[in-house]
Design a protein around this ligand. Structure first.
Ligand SMILES: NC(=O)c1ccc[n+]([C@@H]2O[C@H](COP(=O)([O-])OP(=O)(O)OC[C@H]3O[C@@H](n4cnc5c(N)ncnc54)[C@H](O)[C@@H]3O)[C@@H](O)[C@H]2O)c1
Length: 337
């Protein structure tokens, strides 16, 4: 539902059509969000010439099949994170996207947090080489108490199309797909390509804790923490040290629409810089970025299909390494998270 609202508020998008196989949800959503047209099936929507781009915001299991169908129908596609479930299907999607010349963007909305965007610019332009990178993502056991009042009321239906076998009950897999997809994307955006990693997993007190040692392609060292869920506040942040400065950031749950607090220190002028991110509705700004690329060919700031593949390789590596205790090279992993 975040996308319906975002699509209407974005400066350069139009919620032209919606579709859902669940009749009650489709009717309800059409009444609330007032698209110009309502399609019953996905095939019907893809056959509509007026549709320029598709937002795939369904269960993870359907991301690659529906994104592939959109690309094959000549539509640009925005697909929620994670891009898929495993390496092979993501690689296959990448081949199709590359051959089509169409745009695919993954819904890693943190990239559009003004604090993270500022950190990225500082890293690229001022900090020089990196030595160490740490990032963490701790979901909170009290998260929904904090955000429920900010979200639209969730409309449920027994007719909603669900993936077989209740995949969300497989916590080991679902938490990596659902949460590490953000952590890993931020790590790659700010830390660069990851080549290998070693992960440890401890599951105790109903809490899942992954600690991951990471080797970046530039030779710098990294560490990622993922804990689902802490008995404390939601925490998502990073600390980066380098040749001419350092960066420290804390990002808020997207529903607060509040920019991350990011401080960049440059040893050149010995000054900390902290931007005020006035518009941090990242569900909206990510669609604006996507539309700028689709409509005007502007550089893609959102996660591309290549980022989606690399994130998937990283997540699969975390899962494999946590099982075996081995160092895993991202280029060698296969299979599912
Ligand atoms: N970026 C973020 O911050 C963020 C936050 C929450 C969820 N997500 C992602 O959003 C995605 C969706 O999550 P959700 O919990 O809203 O899913 P959901 O399963 O509750 O809702 C998906 C809807 O899609 C419909 N659907 C499924 N297959 C369809 C098809 N082939 N044609 C037409 N309709 C179809 C279902 O009937 C259902 O109503 C997930 O991938 C999740 O990871 C991202």
């Amino acid at each position: 539902m975040a996308h319906f609202d975002a699509c209407q508020k974005a400066r350069n998008t139009q919620l032209y059509a919606i579709c859902d196989l669940a009749d009650d949800l489709r009717t309800r959503m059409a009444t609330i969000w007032e698209p110009q047209i309502v399609h019953r099936t996905y095939d019907e929507m893809l056959a509509d010439d007026q549709v320029e781009a598709i937002i795939v915001a369904v269960a993870d299991q359907f991301h690659v099949p529906l994104a592939t169908q959109a690309i094959e129908s000549g539509k640009h596609v925005f697909v929620e994170k994670p891009m898929g479930l495993g390496v092979e299907e993501c690689e296959e999607l990448k081949r199709k996207v590359d051959a089509s010349g169409l745009i695919l963007q993954v819904g890693n909305n943190r990239r559009f947090d003004p604090g993270i965007a500022f950190a990225k610019q500082f890293l690229d332009e001022e900090m020089g080489g990196r030595i160490g990178f740490k990032a963490w993502y701790y979901d909170s056991a009290d998260r929904y108490t904090m955000t429920n009042n900010l979200q639209p009321i969730l409309r449920q239906s027994i007719a909603a199309v669900r993936a077989d076998g209740n995949p969300k009950s497989n916590h080991r897999q679902y938490y990596i797909l659902g949460h590490a997809s953000h952590l890993v994307d931020t790590a790659r955006l700010l830390g660069g390509e990851i080549v290998s990693l070693r992960a440890r997993l401890l599951n105790r007190y109903g809490i899942w804790c992954w600690y991951v040692d990471v080797d970046f392609a530039d030779g710098s060292l990294g560490h990622l923490d993922l804990i689902i869920a802490v008995h404390g506040d939601f925490e998502e942040g990073f600390m980066i040290h380098g040749e001419h400065g350092s960066v420290k950031g804390r990002v808020y749950l997207p529903w607060f629409h509040k920019s991350g607090v990011v401080e960049c220190y440059s040893s050149k002028d010995r000054v900390f810089r902290r931007p005020l991110g006035a518009d941090a509705y990242t569900y909206k700004t990510q669609l604006e970025g996507f539309a700028d690329t689709v409509l005007h060919g502007k550089p893609q700031h959102g996660a591309s299909v290549d980022d989606g593949v690399a994130a998937m390789r990283t997540m699969v590596s975390i899962a494999r390494s946590a099982e075996t205790g081995d160092l895993v090279h991202l280029s060698e992993v296969t299979g599912l998270v």
